[in-house]
Write a protein that binds this ligand. Structure first.
Ligand code: ADP
Ligand code: MG
Length: 160
């Protein structure tokens, strides 16, 4: 199953809000891949997800650490592979164990490590829009676990 939902956000707050409503749908073991250029709003989206998961610690850009873990209703693993030189580094960091753990895993630049991500996942593309603070956000849910949440996802995106 696969379907694409589209939204337009007009501010940082609107992206936070959209990510928050999407975050409410997330379950243990889910993987969210965030795709978009520098400054597109991937970290902002990750913050919205974190908020929905009840993470109180500030979510910082993980660029230099690659993987950060936060405590929430479920653990949140925030990954940024921007500075990754080799896929092997992710293996060394225990990425394979994190995927499929009870955590929700959010991966910035997920398209760069596509081969390591499960087929069951939510791909979120963020692109600049007409205005400086406009972002066009597309959400593509794949796999059986998302098939069951399809209506909720449509509602979440529609409400944004
Ligand atoms: P990335 O992680 O994709 O490199 P960030 O999330 O770190 O990008 O930064 C996005 C920047 O764009 C932030 O400074 C944010 O405030 C700004 N911004 C402006 N409008 C939006 C919007 N609609 N959605 C997300 N971020 C926005
Ligand atoms: Mg970022």
């Amino acid at each position: 199953m696969s379907g694409v939902e589209r939204a337009l956000t007009r501010s940082t707050d609107e992206t936070l809000e959209l990510a928050g409503t999407v975050g409410e749908l997330l379950r243990a073991g889910d993987v969210v891949s965030l795709v978009g250029d520098l400054g597109a709003g991937k970290t902002v989206f990750a913050r919205g997800v974190a908020r929905a998961l009840g993470v109180t610690e500030p979510v910082v850009s993980p660029s230099f650490t690659i993987v950060r873990e936060y405590d929430g209703r479920m653990p949140l693993v925030h990954v940024d592979v921007y500075r990754l030189d080799h896929l092997q580094e992710l293996h060394d960091l225990g990425f394979d164990d994190l995927i499929g753990s009870d955590a929700v895993t959010v991966v910035e630049w997920g398209d760069r490590v596509g081969a390591l991500l499960p087929a069951d996942r939510l791909d979120v593309h963020l692109e600049p829009g007409a205005g400086d603070d406009d972002r066009s956000v597309s959400l593509e849910a794949s796999g059986v676990t998302w098939a069951r949440r399809r209506d909720e996802l449509v509602d979440a995106v529609g409400a944004g």
